[in-house]
Write a protein that binds this ligand. Structure first.
Ligand SMILES: Cc1cc2nc3c(=O)[nH]c(=O)nc-3n(C[C@H](O)[C@H](O)[C@H](O)COP(=O)(O)OP(=O)(O)OC[C@H]3O[C@@H](n4cnc5c(N)ncnc54)[C@H](O)[C@@H]3O)c2cc1C
Length: 409
């Protein structure tokens, strides 16, 4: 049969998209293809579980818009489907004057992004978080926590209930786009569809290449190591505790995160990974590494951020260095408090000139659309991103029905 829509990837972006395609086009046939044995196996199931508010993002960007909408939509989805979430709020803690200055810039950005925040003095911070020290903080009340694995599983169930299919252990190996359909060859058979949407996370650039398009970026994997605090620390904080980020760096910094299961994690750092889906500290793939280190974009990133990269690498191998990052705002923690916890790998698009793509990024052909850069806060933003893809696919379909000329790739 020819499916109306084939979606690659059963992470939260893939299932959110498939679920919304099915709702937008009732009666259409939807197939999700996933190479792993279950949904949310990669980024979606290995993150901090934070429902972000949208504090950091450039006003007018897709990230700013979708994060704000996604914060509301995610909580609504959870309420509608009986999924636990908690709106515990987050504190961005300034530990010195420099960070206080950066905090003022964040307050201005929140105003532009229409995100409600409250500035706390040092005594107010101490009152609401006795274990946290700082010279001031920014309270973001709308931030929450959830399990994105649970949301993804629920959306996959809804796809099945709506008559769609989700096939696991199907690795997409080749794509053939023709004038009237697109054929998807997998490790477990071949499928044809009218449209293809690929939400392949860390493999996005490889999918673009399968379409015969030369991507103008490469996905670079950045590992995020976490530690789990012992159960005696489950109440160490009342909010999520974040550092004030360095505006020059793309990641948010090591934070103390209350998880929805009642535990508290510390992390994630951001270390260049030597394997796209290798989660161990020493995971290594020769082919992935050759591909990365022969890419001028990555070499430029490393050149510009040499000292930061070395410090990140050191802290990834040296627990005490990692701990120092947290002790800046939570001085009572010691090395013995940090227990092993699974890491995650961020899929970050980097362009040839060494720019880390900051916004969500999409590439399309006539019958296919590939999500190319969907790092944090993409889990929070998954529902609006899925809605946006539905709109884009509708435009592609209109282009085809208007008889726009077909070009073989
Ligand atoms: C450490 C870390 C912390 C984060 N914290 C947060 C947070 O607190 N809040 C937030 O909003 N976001 C957070 N994020 C970001 C968020 O997790 C991701 O942006 C989001 O999960 C991306 O979803 P995805 O569906 O695009 O990718 P993924 O979840 O990686 O899914 C992609 C899927 O595609 C499949 N796939 C790939 N290639 C193929 C192929 N050839 N054939 C078949 N299937 C294929 C993969 O197996 C995978 O299941 C974090 C990310 C990381 C790594």
């Amino acid at each position: 049969m020819t499916y109306d829509y084939i979606v690659i990837g059963a992470g939260i972006i893939g299932v959110s998209t498939a679920w919304q395609l099915q709702r937008a086009f009732p009666g259409s046939s939807v197939l999700v293809l996933e190479k792993e044995s279950r949904p949310a196996y990669h980024q979606t199931g290995r993150n901090s579980g934070v429902i972000h508010a949208g504090v950091y993002y450039t006003p007018g960007s897709l990230k700013a818009r979708f994060c704000k909408e996604g914060n509301i939509a995610t909580k609504q989805f959870c309420s509608d489907h009986g999924i636990r979430f908690e709106q515990c709020g987050k504190l961005l803690v300034a530990t010195d004057e420099l960070e206080q200055g950066r905090m003022a810039a964040l307050v201005a950005r929140c105003a532009e992004n229409d995100i409600a925040v409250e500035e706390l003095s040092a005594p107010q911070l101490r009152e609401c978080e006795p274990n946290i020290s700082g010279v001031g903080a920014l309270l973001v009340p709308s931030t929450g926590i959830v399990s994105y694995t649970e949301i993804t599983q629920k959306m996959a169930d809804l796809i099945l209930q709506g008559g769609g299919e989700v096939r696991f252990n199907c690795r997409v190996e080749a794509l053939h786009e023709q004038s009237d359909q697109i054929t998807v060859e997998t490790s477990n058979g071949s499928f044809t569809g009218r449209f293809l949407v690929a939400c392949a996370g860390v493999m996005a650039d490889r999918i673009v290449r399968m379409l015969g398009i030369q991507p103008e970026f490469k996905i670079i994997p950045f590992r995020g190591d976490y530690f789990l605090l012992g159960a005696e620390h489950n109440r160490i904080v009342n909010h999520l505790i974040y550092p004030i980020p360095d505006p020059e760096l793309p990641f948010l910094g090591v934070h103390l995160t209350r998880m929805i299961d009642g535990t508290v994690t510390v992390g994630p750092n951001a270390v260049l990974a030597f394997k796209r889906e290798g989660y161990g500290r020493f995971a290594f793939s020769l082919s992935d590494s050759i591909e990365m280190f022969t890419y001028p974009g990555l070499l430029k990133v490393l050149y510009r951020n040499f000292s930061v990269s070395i410090v990140e690498l050191k802290n990834a191998l040296y627990k005490r260095g990692y701990l120092d990052l947290v002790r800046k705002y939570c001085p009572s923690l010691s090395v013995e408090d940090l227990h092993d916890y699974p890491a995650g790998i961020r899929a970050q698009a980097v362009t040839k000139d060494g720019t880390l793509a900051s916004d969500f990024l999409f590439v399309s052909s006539r019958r296919a659309l590939v999500v190319c850069n969907a790092p944090s806060p993409a889990a929070t933003s998954a529902i609006p991103i899925g809605g946006y893809i539905v709109e884009k696919v509708t435009v592609l379909a209109e282009g085809i029905s208007s008889g726009a000329p077909w070009r073989e790739n």
